[in-house]
Design a protein around this ligand. Structure first.
Ligand SMILES: [Zn+2]
Length: 211
C-alpha cells in the first residue's frame, strides 16, 4: 500500500521543483519553495537566544530578507511563505515534547488579520513532530503601552494571558511557537500560565530574533 503514496509524493515534489523560486523568481525550487542559493543566503542563526531566564531556539536573525518575509506573512496575507518558514523551523532539532502551543493573539487582532500567523507555523511543525496543537491560554487585547513603566508593561503583558476555563486535556512537556522574539516577555508570560496548568517543561522556538 505504501508504494502508490510514495509515487504520488514524488510526483508532487517533482512538479513543485519545476516552479520558480519564491524569492528570486529565476532559478527553480530546490526545497521548501525556494532555490538552493536563496535558501543558503537566508540569515541563518546558529545559536539559541537567552531571554527572561529562558533558552529560546531561533532559526534566523531578523534581517533581510527574512524580516520582510515575516512581515508579509503576518500582515499582508502572503501565506505561501508558510512552506519556507515551516521548512526552516524543521531544520532545528527538538526535545521530546507532547504538544505545541502557538503564541495566541487577541480576538481583535484575529478579526483584523483573519488568522494567527503563529498557529500556521505551529500546524506545520506539529505535523512534522507528530504532536497535537494545544491552545489552553487565550490573549486579551494589549493596552496602550505608552507612558507605562517597565514594571507596569510587564504586568500588563502578564495579564493579557488568560487560562481558558479548565481545559480537559493537559500536557506536561510543551513547545511554544512564535514568529519573532524581541524582549521575550510574551513568551515568558505565556510560560507562567502553562506552568500553572501543570506543565513541567516549557520550551520555545521562534523563527527570528530581533535584538
Ligand atoms: Zn531563489
Amino acid at each position: 500500500m505504501t508504494q502508490p503514496i510514495n509515487l504520488l509524493q514524488c510526483g508532487i515534489q517533482w512538479l513543485c521543483q519545476l516552479q520558480p523560486c519564491q524569492l528570486c523568481h529565476s532559478d527553480t525550487q530546490w526545497q521548501h519553495s525556494v532555490c538552493q542559493t536563496c535558501w543558503q543566503q537566508l540569515p541563518w542563526r546558529s545559536q539559541a537566544v537567552q531571554r527572561q531566564e529562558m533558552q529560546i531556539q531561533v532559526t534566523f536573525d531578523y534581517h533581510y530578507p527574512i524580516n520582510r518575509i515575516i512581515q508579509q506573512f503576518k500582515y499582508e496575507q502572503q501565506l505561501h511563505y508558510q512552506l519556507l518558514l515551516v521548512g526552516a523551523l524543521k531544520q532545528l532539532s527538538y526535545p521530546k515534547i507532547q504538544a505545541i502551543v502557538p503564541m495566541p493573539i487577541s480576538t481583535a487582532r484575529l478579526t483584523e488579520r483573519g488568522y494567527n500567523q503563529s498557529l500556521l507555523l505551529a500546524k506545520g511543525l506539529a505535523r512534522h513532530l507528530n504532536v497535537p496543537i494545544w491552545q489552553p491560554v487565550t490573549r486579551l487585547q494589549q493596552h496602550a503601552q505608552k507612558g507605562l513603566s517597565r514594571l507596569e508593561r510587564l504586568e500588563d503583558i502578564q495579564q493579557q494571558f488568560q487560562i481558558q476555563n479548565a481545559p480537559k486535556i493537559r500536557f506536561r512537556r510543551v513547545l511554544i511557537v512564535d514568529d519573532v522574539v524581541t524582549t521575550g516577555s510574551s513568551i515568558h508570560a505565556l510560560k507562567q500560565q502553562l506552568l500553572k496548568l501543570g506543565c513541567q517543561k516549557v520550551e520555545a522556538v521562534c523563527l527570528a530574533s530581533a535584538e
